[in-house]
Design a protein around this ligand. Structure first.
Ligand SMILES: NC(=O)c1ccc[n+]([C@@H]2O[C@H](COP(=O)([O-])OP(=O)(O)OC[C@H]3O[C@@H](n4cnc5c(N)ncnc54)[C@H](OP(=O)(O)O)[C@@H]3O)[C@@H](O)[C@H]2O)c1
Length: 290
């Protein structure tokens, strides 16, 4: 098997910067690119090279990882006619799309990557900034088994689990479903905290009591306590979760799945956006329903 050493990392936002830092620390030769190059400075200090474009970063890389906002950002990073990473892929390289994007887009990207003699894995992640810091992300990987086997050691550097969930696109489908489960629970907790505080409980007391019940998983209990404390410091933003629900509902509509719960949750996150809370943490949804 080819030894994978040279990694290009595209997108150094909250998640990408943390993931790239672990790869540098693990001893891989990492070339980074970010639209705003200032965000690359800490990684450069720890030994990463900075490329001027995604295409330049991809040239000569064994693995090219992208971690950007959405379909639009990912299309720009991979497919731009002048600067896109796809054109820089060397034959045999593995492209990995970690951004939360639509299954339709990753399948299209997979065709493009294949045409260039490389392979694509779609590998979105569950886990937020603390899990990225702790290298405890969960990857949901779509793509072929042998390609995943080639890059599994690299993903494992960042992960608590690397799950192979099916063909390219299935990672994205599962990721949207898992995030909807999170969004719907946040929505429920926000509305029930509102109910409890209108009926005799203090907010912190209500959050602590909800955490006592086994039906409330630890991350949801944590979110309830953040809501009760008015803590909206960004970990995972309202804008990102609203985008995920929008993508989910597009896929649902195309496949004939009915998702009334996700639709209601999205309405609440959209209301939060209209209140100017898009860049706040998802827990800010309590301001809509509290
Ligand atoms: N935060 C979380 O808890 C979390 C958890 C799991 C999955 N995710 C997913 O991970 C991805 C990244 O999330 P994040 O929290 O790291 O977001 P973020 O901090 O907002 O970073 C977004 C990144 O995308 C880049 N970008 C945005 N638009 C672009 C464009 N048009 N062209 C090129 N680059 C562009 C940004 O570049 P600039 O720096 O130049 O703006 C930045 O590097 C998203 O798909 C998100 O849904 C997030």
């Amino acid at each position: 098997m080819q030894t994978m050493q040279h990694i290009a990392f595209l997108g150094l936002g909250a998640m990408g910067a943390r993931m790239a830092a672990h790869l540098v620390k693990a001893g891989y030769a990492v070339t980074v690119w970010n639209r705003d190059p200032a965000k690359a400075a800490p990684l450069q200090h720890s030994g990463a090279a900075l490329a001027a474009t995604p295409r330049e970063a991809a040239q000569g890389a064994d693995i090219v990882i992208s971690m950007v906002t959405d379909d639009t950002a990912a299309r720009n990073v991979w497919m731009d006619a002048q600067t896109g990473a796809a054109a820089g892929l060397q034959p045999g390289a593995v492209a990995i799309e970690c951004s939360t994007v639509t299954p339709g887009w990753v399948r299209q990207l997979a065709d493009e990557v294949l045409r260039r003699g490389a392979q694509l894995l779609d590998a979105p992640v569950v886990g937020s900034r603390p899990q990225a810091d702790a290298a405890q992300l969960i990857f949901m990987v779509g793509g072929d088994g042998p390609t995943l086997a080639q890059v599994r050691p690299v993903l494992s550097t960042l992960a608590a689990k690397v799950l192979h969930v099916g063909e390219v696109g299935q990672g994205a489908v599962l990721k949207l479903a898992v995030n909807a489960l999170f969004a719907e629970q946040l929505h429920s907790v926000a509305e029930l905290l509102g109910f409890l505080t209108r009926n005799g409980f203090a907010a912190d007391q209500a959050a602590d009591l909800l955490a006592e019940f086994p039906i409330v998983a630890a991350p949801i209990a944590g979110a309830a306590r953040m809501m009760a404390a008015g803590n909206t410091a960004p970990l995972f933003t309202i804008d990102l979760i609203e985008k995920d629900l929008r993508y989910l509902l597009e896929v649902a509509q195309a496949s004939g799945a009915e998702l009334p719960g996700a639709t209601a949750a999205r309405t609440a996150f959209q209301r939060a956006q209209r209140m100017g809370l898009g860049v706040s943490n998802v827990t800010a949804v309590a301001a809509v329903l509290g």
